[in-house]
Design a protein around this ligand. Structure first.
Ligand code: LCS
Length: 396
């Protein structure tokens, strides 16, 4: 059986969440149940499992012991009631929307979410009659103003991708609850090490586990965590019928990655704090946005709702997009690639890459300027990272 995790510190929790010694072999590492289906002992047992009157596995799309360990681990870290591991972060988001929305419903969202998270709502869910309003949720009054009688979901990302602007979780929860809507929070940037939205009233938390939770840039994965069993019961049929499940091997890798989440997050964050300060002092840098800098407009909120400012920095080089290109083309240790939250430092240009599918006016309104550069700080020695940026900036 898993330990009662709540009495332990976060670093201990990530090592032990969902972990138990295999009772048949004593294996300390989790067994990999690479199977699509599970045999029933009798026809009556199969029928009972389908009827839900007897616990047990049926078919991997609906549940698998390796995947379940990962679901239990992330659910425990988030303080939720039940989790659903998905093949990607986008699968996690679409599972939530599939579970809770129907034609005629409305969603209020953070304007600077991960580009495809917004595009799929505005373009694809719109084809099924779902309307949406994306606003600057850094202002709680903007959420209240956008809510309509038919609003069913308030969807926020905090810190947001790529601007690292924050949304007040407790205020967003109050606004959603007063309208009878669910608060859905994308917690990818913070991970449960730094922020647990359910503590502030979130109903559903989602992750792209491709990022910090797995942390090794070798799988794509997602997770949905429901705050209550009642909400979980609504997600379960959507999950079973939409079919966004992950593969057991993917779950096994994500579990292995999860064990070092606290170590990696702390190392990356320590580096990010130093890099943000370096960038802020650099004469060729126009502006820096990082929740750990006092210059961040929501520095106080970061201190109140997060256990640390994280490892994502956005900034702009003087000279805008052209200067930014020179920087991106001249880093050596850092890798020019999208994605984030891995052990290696990644640098990318959101307006031509991750957020290119948004229109330029929408990007600008959401604070994603053409020259914005996003840095996902990894676990290298910070002296090497600073030297890399120093050299690339000297060529601008
Ligand atoms: N939510 C956030 C905050 C994300 O950053 C991403 C991916 C997703 C959801 C989607 O997750 P996926 O399906 O990729 O696992 N963000 C990416 C990024 O910033 N660069 O490449 C992918």
């Amino acid at each position: 059986m898993s330990h009662d995790l709540r009495k332990f510190q976060k670093a201990s929790q990530v090592v032990h969440a969902g972990q138990s010694v295999d009772p048949t072999t004593g294996s300390v590492a989790p067994p990999l149940y690479q199977t699509s289906t599970f045999a029933f002992e009798t026809a009556a047992q199969g029928a009972a499992r389908f009827a839900g009157t007897e616990p047990g596995f049926i078919y991997t799309r609906m549940g698998n012991p390796t995947i379940q360990r990962l679901e239990e681990a992330v659910t425990a870290l988030e303080g939720g009631a039940a989790g659903f591991a998905t093949s990607s972060g986008m699968a996690a988001l679409n599972t939530i929307l599939f579970a809770f929305l129907k034609s005629g419903d409305h969603l209020v969202g953070t304007d600077c979410v991960y580009g495809p998270s917004r595009v799929v709502v505005e373009r694809d869910w719109a084809r099924f009659g779902v309307t949406s309003t994306f606003v600057d949720t850094a202002k709680p009054s903007a959420i209240e103003a956008a809510i309509r009688p038919e609003t069913k979901i308030v969807f926020i990302e905090t810190p947001a991708n790529p601007t690292v602007s924050l949304t007040d979780l407790a205020a967003a929860s109050r606004a959603a609850k007063s309208a009878g809507a669910l608060l859905v929070v994308d917690n990818t940037f913070a991970s449960p090490i730094l922020q647990r939205p359910i503590e502030f009233g979130a109903d559903v938390v989602m992750h792209s586990m491709t990022k910090f939770i797995n942390g090794h840039t070798d799988i794509v994965a997602g997770m949905v965590v429901a705050a209550t069993m009642e909400l979980s019961k609504k997600i379960r049929p959507a999950f079973n019928y939409l079919g966004p499940c992950m593969d057991p091997h993917q779950a096994w890798l994500a579990l292995r990655g999860l064990r070092t989440l606290s170590l990696r997050m702390n190392a990356s964050q320590d580096n990010a704090i130093k890099l943000a300060a370096f960038l802020e002092r650099h004469p060729k840098v126009e502006w820096v946005r990082y929740p750990g800098l006092e210059s961040h407009p929501q520095y106080a909120l970061a201190q109140a709702q997060m256990d640390g400012p994280g490892a994502l920095i956005s900034f702009e080089v003087k000279g805008g997009i052209e200067a930014g290109r020179i920087l991106l083309d001249n880093v050596e240790l850092m890798t020019l690639a999208v994605s984030l939250g891995g052990v290696e430092t990644l640098i990318q240009h959101p307006s031509s890459m991750t957020h290119a599918a948004m229109s330029q006016p929408e990007r600008i309104k959401a604070g994603i300027t053409d020259g914005l550069v996003r840095l996902s700080v990894g676990c290298e020695d910070v002296r090497d990272l600073i030297a890399d940026l120093e050299h690339a900036l000297s060529l601008v």
